[in-house]
Design a protein around this ligand. Structure first.
Ligand SMILES: [Fe+2]
Length: 205
C-alpha cells in the first residue's frame, strides 16, 4: 500500500538576514507611521474599508518605488521569492517574477482583515514590521474547501497538512510567501498595540 500526497499547497516561512532586520524594521516602522500621518486619501480609504486600521493599499501601493527603505526590503524579498519559485518548480522561461505592489497595513485594536486572495498576481506575501504579544497571525484556508460537500470534519489533533485552516503566528522580522490564489485572513486584533505589516505582490512578466 502506498499513499501519495498530490497537489500540495505550499507556504514559505522565512526571515530577513540576521544582523540587519532590526535596524531595517525600526526605519520601516517610522516610515509606516509617517505615511499614515501624511496619507489623507489612504486614511479616508481605510475608514471605509479597514475600520480600526490603516492601509495604503488604496493609495500608496507601490512603496518600493517611493522609499529607499522599502526598496531595500524589496531586494531582500526578491531572494526569498526566487527561492520559493524554485521550490514550486515554476517554469518562468525568460520572464521573471517582479514586485508590482507593496503596501502598509497597521492594525489597531479591533481591526480585522477578512478572507481574501490577491487577484492578478503570482506570488504574494507579508513581512512583519511589528508583531506585539497577542497580535493575530495569518490564517490560510484549504483551497479545496468548497468541494468538500459531504466530507467529515478533521480530527482536532489532525496533522497541520490535513486541517481545513492553518494559522501562522506573526513575528517581527519574519515573512510568509504563498501563491496569490490562496485565501487568507487576519482575525481582529484584540490588543491596543499596533500590528504593522507590509504586504506585497509579485507578478510574472
Ligand atoms: Fe492578503
Amino acid at each position: 500500500m502506498s499513499i501519495r500526497a498530490l497537489f500540495p499547497t505550499l507556504v514559505y516561512e522565512g526571515r530577513l538576514r540576521q544582523g540587519g532586520w532590526r535596524v531595517l524594521n525600526s526605519r520601516l516602522l517610522r516610515e509606516c507611521r509617517q505615511l499614515r500621518a501624511d496619507d489623507a486619501a489612504g486614511r479616508r480609504w481605510s475608514m471605509r474599508n479597514y475600520p480600526g486600521g490603516y492601509t495604503s493599499y488604496g493609495s500608496a501601493h507601490r512603496m518600493q518605488q517611493l522609499s529607499p527603505t522599502f526598496a531595500a526590503l524589496a531586494r531582500e524579498l526578491d531572494r526569498h521569492v526566487a527561492a520559493f519559485a524554485r521550490v514550486l518548480q515554476l517554469d518562468l522561461g525568460t520572464r521573471s517574477l517582479t514586485m508590482t505592489d507593496c503596501w502598509v497595513n497597521i492594525m489597531g485594536r479591533g481591526a480585522v482583515h477578512g478572507l481574501h486572495l490577491h487577484p492578478l498576481s503570482t506570488i504574494s506575501g507579508t513581512y512583519y514590521v511589528a508583531a506585539p504579544v497577542g497580535a493575530p497571525g495569518l490564517k490560510f484556508e484549504d483551497p479545496r474547501l468548497e468541494r468538500f460537500m459531504a466530507a467529515p470534519p478533521r480530527l482536532r489533533a489532525a496533522r497541520r497538512a490535513n486541517r481545513p485552516s492553518v494559522t501562522f503566528a506573526a513575528r517581527a522580522g519574519a515573512l510568509l510567501l504563498f501563491e496569490s490564489w490562496l485565501r487568507h485572513e487576519v482575525a481582529p486584533n484584540p490588543r491596543a498595540a499596533e500590528r504593522v505589516s507590509i504586504s506585497f505582490n509579485y507578478s510574472w512578466f
